[in-house]
Design a protein around this ligand. Sequence first.
Ligand code: SDX
Length: 428
Amino acid sequence: MTDTAKLSAAGKDLDLKVMHGSVGPDVLDIRKLYAQTGMFTYDPGFTSTASCDSAITYIDGDEGVLLHRGYPIGQLAEQSSFMEVCHLLLNGELPTQDELDKFSYTISRHTMLHEQLATFYRGFRRDAHPMAIMCGVVGALSAFYQDSADITDPQQRMIASHRLIAKMPTIAAMAYKYSIGQPFMHPKNNLSYTGNFLQMTFGVPAEEYVVNPVVEKAMDRIFILHADHEQNASTSTVRLAGSSGANPFACIAAGIACLWGPAHGGANEAALNMLREIGTVDRIPEYIARAKDKNDPFRLMGFGHRVYKNYDPRATVMQQTVREVLGELGVTDPVFDVAIALEEMALSDPYFIEKKLFPNVDFYSGVILSAIGFPTTMFTALFALARTVGWVAQWNEMISDPEQKIGRPRQLYTGPTQRDYVALGDRK
Ligand code: SDX
C-alpha cells in the first residue's frame, strides 16, 4: 500500500507519496513538486528536510537514541572497539574475529604517509591550527594516491576508504608533533589503531613509548562516540562534494573544513576554553545569564543540538569516561567540577528546559582530552580523525546509490528584478 498526503498548491491538488523508513519519521516525496507546481519548498538549515535515505545511523532526538547499523551507542562504547565500529559502519555488520583481524591488518598496512607529504608540514607556521593542516594535507592526498581516486571503481573506493581511516591518525599526530617542534614518529603496526595513534602523538625517538591501557581504552571509546552521526553538517558536506564526482580525499577535506566551525566539531575546543574562562563554580550564573541574553552572542558551548531535544547519549558516556579516566590517572581538574556544576545549573534553568538544551558530545570530551595531554587546538582534529569512518561510509553509500545525482538546491530569490545597465557617467 502506498500512502499519500494531499497538498493543495498553485491551484493544484497533489497526492504526494509518503515514504516509510524502518524506524523514525516518514517523509513526503517532493521530488516532482517543482515540475507539478512551479514552487520550491523552503527550509534553510534543513530543519525538516531529509536529504537522502541511509541505512548507517539512526538518531531519535526526543528519546536520546543513537544507533549505528541498529546497535545502540552505549553498547558499542561499552563492549566494542573503534576498529569493530569502523567495520560495522563500512560493511553493515559487526565483524567475526577473522573479519576483524583481516580488517585491522588492512588498516595497519595503510598507516604510513608518502614521504613527500611530510614536507607539506614544513610549509605551515608552527602555530598553524591543526585543522588548517588537516584540511591541507588530506586534500593533498589526492595528489599522491591517484590509484584509488576513481570513484566508479568499488575496489578503488574501498582502498581510498581504508587509506583515509588509516592515515588520519598519522596526519593528526604529525600536526601535533610539528606544532611542538618534535620529530614525526612512524606508525608501529604491532600496536592497536588507537595505541599507535598515542605513540605517534606522545612517543619520542629517544625512548620506547609504553601505551597506557587506561588512556588507550578511553581514547578508543572517544573515537567510537565520534564515528558517525547521520546527516550532520560535515557529513552533508562530504555527500554534496561527492555528488559532483569529486575524489574521496577532496570530499573528506571538505568535511574537515565544515567540522572546524564552532557550531559543529569546533565546539569541543570552544567548550573547554569556555569552562576554563568561567574558571570557578561561583562564576557560572554570570555565564548562564549571558547565554540567555538575546543581545549577547555568547552561547554555552557544548550545549544544545539540532536533533537531540533530550540528553545526547554520547555525553552520558563521555561524562562517565571522564570520571573513570581522571580517577584512574589520579588527575583532578577543577574544570570538570565547573562542567558538572554548569550542567546542573543549566538543566534546572527554565530557559534551557524550555528550549530543550542539553549537553552534547562536545561538552565533556575536552576534559578527558586535556587530562590525556592534548592541547585544546587538537580537539577538533581528533573529532575529524574519528569521524572519517562515518564520512567515508556515508560517501560510499551515496556513490553506490543508483539514484544518486549531483546535489543542487534552489532558493527563494529576494534580489533586484531585471534592470538595464547604467553607464558609469550616468550613475548618481
Ligand atoms: C555537533 O548535527 C550533529 O549531529 C552535530 C554533531 C555530530 O556528531 O556531528 O552532534 C556534533 O556539532 C554538536 C553541537 C556542537 N555545537 C555546540 O555545542 C555549539 C553551541 N550550540 C549551538 O550553537 C546550537 O545548539 C547548535 C548549533 C548545536 C544547534 O543549533 P540549532 O538547532 O540551529 O538551534 P538554534 O540555534 O535555532 O537554537 C534554538 C534556540 C535559540 O533561541 P531562540 O532563537 O529560539 O530564542 O536555542 C538557543 C538559541 O539561541 N540556543 C542556545 C544554545 N543553543 C541553542 N542558547 C544558549 N546556549 C546554547 N548552546
